[in-house]
Design a protein around this ligand. Structure first.
Ligand code: ADP
Length: 435
């Protein structure tokens, strides 16, 4: 402001001097021309400013003269601060959206009438909606499942809703509403398919175990009641009933033993033992047990090469014994069972072939499910718990191997426990290790 006043004062002084030097008229002319010139300069800068304000870009801020230099410099600084703030805001918003988009949950911002404001890609996937096509539409018009619409309109959001959207068969969703303003809410969706599946498996498992225990318990209870009955039984009947109760008690015992084995195998704490297992010796033991179980009804052959495996002797014994006892139990009298151990570059293979009932192809993938039985009555008659192959599968998994089943109905089956090459111990190493 100072220089501008000084400039005006200078001009007035110059006009006064001209008036004194010549005459008053000259002085007035000098003053008029000087002030008129200044006015034109200021008006032209005012119009430059008006033009810039129409489209205020930082790079177009004009240069000025006199007081306008200061005005334009201030404008430049203000504009630059505004642009920086705008950029920061945009960056923050972008980061916020990117963060929400990266969440594993689906997020939908909705207003009081359930209209979609914004949603992330996970919500699009879960609810079958599209931000681009459905922004501004009511979510209850797009997801029309009655439980969902009922939940949204109930206005009771203390507990989440669990439902299976019609548009996404097989998917189980948990939906929550968080009201954060009077007319705005966040709808959060979570994929709980896996959790629901695990719950279903647990429910099935408990139902199966209860069912397995109920039958023998009913038998034992029934006979106990008869024994307690006043009617005296003759010795032979009594012996027969005690025998039947004993069988049922053994059945329950086997079931509980198998359940404990499975739970031990599944628990993460139990580490795999690091023993050098002599497979030939192990298979011979298992074959002897099979002969005892068969009571001479089958021809049991053993065809082995020497082999040593790194792992748990007890677990491998249990897996091999389960496969072999199945072969005995599901092969009618007169059948042949062959036990083999083979090694090649791919690993080791304990193979049990039988000439038994065989299994239909659709049953093969389900054999190692707990309590899955192809032939229910034969399994129970022969003392099966329905858990044998589940144990085999777990043992092999823990050793990095797998169960391979080849079978033909009416012709027999071959069950092979396959172990990876890393588990095989070379003969030269075993002479030291086994001592
Ligand atoms: P289980 O105690 O019933 O034998 P497993 O888990 O050992 O239970 O076996 C599951 C089912 O697989 C059996 O119930 C039986 O139907 C079938 N199975 C297993 N091994 C054989 C085999 N060698 N031949 C025919 N069926 C078999």
């Amino acid at each position: 402001m100072g220089p501008a006043i000084a400039r005006l004062a200078g001009l007035a002084a110059f006009a006064a001097l001209a008036g004194l030097a010549f005459n008053a008229q000259t002085g007035l002319w000098v003053a008029a021309i000087g002030f008129g010139g200044l006015l034109i300069i200021h008006l032209s800068y005012a119009s430059v400013l008006a033009a810039w304000l129409e489209n205020p870009k930082l790079e177009d801020v004009p240069d000025g003269w006199g007081i306008w230099t200061d005005v334009f410099a201030r404008l430049y600084r203000t504009r630059r601060a505004t642009e920086q703030n705008e950029r920061r805001l945009l960056d923050n918003e972008e980061r916020f959206r990117r963060t929400i988009s990266a969440l594993p949950e689906g997020i939908v911002l909705i207003d009081g009438s359930f209209q979609i404001d914004w949603c992330n890609p996970v919500a699009e996937q879960h609810l079958g909606i599209s931000l681009r096509a459905d922004q501004g539409l009511r979510v209850t018009n797009l997801v029309r499942d009655p439980e969902f619409v009922g939940y949204m309109t109930s206005a009771h959001f203390e507990a989440p809703l669990v439902f299976q959207p019609m548009a996404r068969p097989g998917l189980a969703l948990e939906v929550r509403i968080v009201e954060f303003e009077l007319t705005r809410s966040i709808l959060i969706t979570r994929d709980i398919t896996q959790r629901e599946r695990v719950d279903a498996v647990r429910r099935d498992f408990i139902a199966n175990v209860s069912h397995e225990l109920r039958t023998p318990l009913t038998v034992v209870n029934g006979f106990l009641e008869m024994l307690l009955d006043a009617q005296p039984e003759n010795g032979a009947t009594r012996q027969h009933h005690l025998q039947l109760m004993h069988e049922q008690a053994q059945r329950m015992h086997r079931l509980v033993e198998d359940l404990l084995t499975l739970s031990r195998l599944e628990s993460r704490e139990s580490l795999l033992a690091d023993e050098v297992v002599d497979v030939r010796q192990l298979v011979r033991e298992v074959a002897d047990e099979a002969r005892a179980l068969s009571l001479g009804r089958h021809l049991i052959e053993v065809d082995l090469v020497p082999g040593f495996v790194l792992g748990s002797r007890e677990e491998l014994r249990s897996a091999f014994a389960n496969i072999v006892s199945n072969a005995v139990r599901y092969t009618p009298s007169g059948g042949t069972i062959v036990l083999k151990w083979r090694e090649d570059a791919g690993g080791g293979r304990f193979e049990v072939s039988d000439t038994g009932l065989g299994i239909a192809p659709e049953d093969v993938p389900r054999l190692s499910e707990r309590f899955y039985r192809v032939d229910k009555s034969r399994s129970r008659e022969t003392g099966g718990t329905g858990l044998g192959l589940a144990i085999v599968k777990h043992v092999l998994l823990r050793h990095g191997g797998y169960l391979d089943v080849q079978s033909e109905v009416g012709h027999g089956s071959t069950f092979a426990a396959v172990l990876p090459a890393e588990r095989l111990v070379a003969k030269s190493e075993t002479s030291v290790a086994v001592v």
